[in-house]
Design a protein. Sequence first.
Length: 388
Amino acid sequence: MPISETWLLPDGVADVLPEQAHIIESLRRHSLDFLASRGYQLVYTPFIEYIESLSSLSEANQDLDLVSFKVIDQLSGRLLGVRADITPQVARIDAHVHPVDGVARYCYAGTVLHTKPQNFSSSRTPLQLGAELYGHDSIEADVEMIDVMLGLLENAGELEHTHLDLGHVGLFRSLVKHAGLDKNTERTLHDLYQRKALPELEELTKTIASGQDFYALGRYAGDLDALQTHLSADILNDKTFKKAFDDLKQTVHAIQSRWNGLHIGIDVVELRSYHYHTGLMYAVYAPNRAAPLAQGGRYDGIGQHFGRARPATGFSCDLYALCAGQFAEIQTVVAPKGLEQTLIEAITAARQQGLRVVQLLGDDDLSSVPLATHQMVNANGQWVIESV
């Protein structure tokens, strides 16, 4: 590679410069403090580990395996994976490293690595922050997680004009089981729902069992009352389907009571990560952004790969995406060189107030600090700070 190109970074990888790094780090700290106040304990997970551990979800979600970088461990000769998602690592912690009886709440923040961007113009090295709740399969646990997610976004100043999207994979999954469909038909329906291809859906559902219900699911995906009206009595009396339907309605009511004025939408055929999630799914969208600000859902049994299957629900977000386009003006105070006691005390006091103070070195003057915004000067025996 020519030396003129050695400073270039791969596609989807970028430096974070001071003006934005300040914003991101501040948000990371405040977000983790907020999660701690809600009872979520911070964990740090390794950036790389054996692929068998990181692929605990890949049997159910092939997408995760596809975006994971893999390398050979020079010590053991075994295949290692660079984490593409922190959730499998937290599941390992909950199962074996830090097993607790009852409910466990964890939070985390760390860089993950993807083989390719997951959304248009997104980073391949997102700074993933999230929270997870293990050991409780009630709807109250899902409501808590959604409430925490919304609270975190509100603290970040990102909740205004946003839209909460709710779904439940249990509706489609229980309908497939009730109708006794084969895997090929299930995949075809899944694809039609994802593409919102109603004409094709209508044609297909004329030829399969419970076709009326599958068509109604797609046709009235955003209106629970209309959906209930057009579903057959047979499926409405199905125990599994009814529980999923009631859970979704209860969640809408609970979130509306907590977040008055929040726009909530329903999409019962939004089946992203369908083979991964097991129940409620939720995502927050903002205007002019294709990817969600934060998303999550229920993934019961996630620890089965580690020998301890537990109900679980959680969400995550990319701090880089949350802070996209935000830049901070970094104020820097330049103090003169010297060891006078009054000067040292003035510098210490300014730093304790949260100011960034740089003391000049050697024969340097103010011009040696190109980003200086203020300077410390002695006025009538008192050290004061003035704008440059």
